[in-house]
Design a protein around this ligand. Structure first.
Ligand code: SF4
Ligand code: FES
Length: 224
């Protein structure tokens, strides 16, 4: 955070307005502003306050902490200085709390498009491989998209977190081989292709790559 001098530390009792007051001008010096979707901004900042009260700092709700305080500084919001190249390519930060100042409608950037144009695919780091043990899942959010990432036999898979029956959270399901069973009423999905026995109820999958011990979900960022 050298660009703005020493970083301000927040304590319990911090409000959304406090965060906005500090982060807005700081992001502006880097060429970013809060997303124009104010409801989304409040949602993300509320999560950051919950994280602050639990973990002692405003860590990003969409990134995993490593446990190494120095490394984790890179995901204290706003983390723009650490990821300038990636964010410049997307016109926004990972989750879209901040968008580049020239973007008029930030909600345009929050979609995931079905047929990506060349150059719109982005590998978004969501976890360290060691954070998701074999046979377990983890819920992550990229923008407004809820994704369940699974480790099945040492290979990683990503699919929509929302069960097509009644939107149960698949990341909390039971993994058995290459299948995950929804924790709510037991629908089963194949984590490799999102397929299920229930008609017209397959869930979307996303390619996953593991690089340097990080799990990255490949999504196409685009306009809705
Ligand atoms: S990705 Fe966005 S919300 Fe997350 S820490 Fe960075 S600036 Fe904050
Ligand atoms: S919500 Fe998943 S089985 Fe009912």
């Amino acid at each position: 955070m050298s660009e703005s001098g020493p970083r301000r530390r927040f304590s319990a009792g911090t409000t959304i307005e406090d965060l906005k007051e500090y982060m807005g001008p700081f992001a502006a010096t880097l060429g970013y502003k809060f997303n124009t979707d104010t409801e989304f901004v409040d949602e993300v900042l509320e999560s950051e306050i919950a994280i602050l009260e639990r973990d002692g700092d405003v860590y990003c709700p969409c990134r995993m902490r490593t446990g190494d305080p120095k490394e984790d500084l890179k995901i204290v919001c706003p983390c723009i200085p650490f990821y300038r190249d990636q964010f410049a390519a997307m016109d926004k930060c990972w989750c879209g709390l901040f968008i580049r100042t020239h973007v008029e409608d930030g909600s345009d950037l929050m979609g995931v498009i079905e047929e990506p144009e060349p150059g719109t695919l982005v590998d978004v780091p969501v976890a360290r491989a060691t954070d998701i043990p074999d046979g377990q899942g983890r819920h992550v959010r990229i923008g407004r998209v809820d994704i369940a990432v699974f480790n099945a036999g040492g290979a990683f898979y990503a699919l929509s977190n929302l069960c097509r029956h009644a939107y149960g959270p698949l990341a909390e399901g039971i993994v058995d081989g290459h299948h995950v069973m929804c924790p709510w009423h037991g629908w089963r999905y194949d984590v490799r292709d999102g397929s299920t026995d229930h008609p017209d109820a397959d869930v979307k999958t996303y390619p996953v790559v593991v690089r340097d011990g990080e799990v990255l979900v490949r999504i196409a960022l685009g306009r809705r």
